[in-house]
Design a protein around this ligand. Structure first.
Ligand SMILES: CC(C)(COP(=O)(O)OP(=O)(O)OC[C@H]1O[C@@H](n2cnc3c(N)ncnc32)[C@H](O)[C@@H]1OP(=O)(O)O)[C@@H](O)C(=O)NCCC(=O)NCCS
Length: 171
């Protein structure tokens, strides 16, 4: 049974959220010492991963960094969220390959949505690769709507790819 436990500097109490298989998972705060593990997950899960330098900058910044851990305290997912000027901007969200398809991405997104609401944001915004069908399905089924396209926004292995810009009102 998976039980989700929430951590955040803001939501300070650890609370069970939901159950799935037989594994406990927890949300925890991103820490500088996680850099190598996050970078490895990034390499494992993206065709064109963020560099270690970008991840380091995100950890150092005042973005909300969140990690998803299993009961062995291994990091199985992570996200960076920027909240500013009523806007909550999802910069990265990843669930490790071996753990995908169990509902963790949806729970992670719900957690991040609540983090944005707690920070009094009115809009949840993100960019997603045009080719990333899984993520687009997740975001659309979560209530995000397409509001624009950034042409050639992402690098690919062979060139550039458009980003789909999506938003959701935070009520
Ligand atoms: C995108 C990602 C976070 C989704 O995480 P996940 O734990 O697999 O997602 P969930 O199991 O919660 O599934 C949520 C929804 O995603 C979509 N989805 C999941 N797997 C899918 C698949 N194989 N094919 C199509 N859609 C799929 C479905 O809409 C699903 O909802 P449903 O189960 O109600 O049908 C994960 O695939 C990932 O980390 N990918 C690599 C990094 C990445 O692309 N991040 C997004 C950057 S914008």
């Amino acid at each position: 049974m998976i039980s989700f436990l929430v951590f955040s500097g803001i939501i300070s109490q650890i609370q069970p959220l939901v159950s799935l298989n037989m594994t406990k998972v927890f949300f925890d705060k991103m820490k500088p010492e996680y850099l190598d593990q996050i970078h490895q997950l990034e390499i494992n899960n993206y065709p064109v991963p963020w560099s270690k330098g970008i991840i380091k900058d995100c950890i150092r910044s005042d973005y909300h960094g969140v990690v998803l851990k299993n009961s062995q305290q291994s990091i199985i997912g992570y996200a960076f969220l920027m909240t500013a000027c009523d806007e909550s901007h999802l910069l990265n969200m990843c669930v490790d390959k071996g753990q995908q398809g169990q509902g963790l991405g949806r729970k992670f997104l719900r957690y991040l949505e609540n983090l944005g609401k707690y920070n009094r944001c009115k809009v949840f915004l993100l960019e997603v690769r045009e080719s990333n069908t899984v993520a687009k399905n997740l975001y659309q089924s979560f209530g995000f709507e397409v509001v624009g396209i950034r042409k050639g926004y992402y690098k690919t292995l062979t060139g550039r790819e458009n980003a789909i810009v999506m938003t959701k009102a935070l009520l």
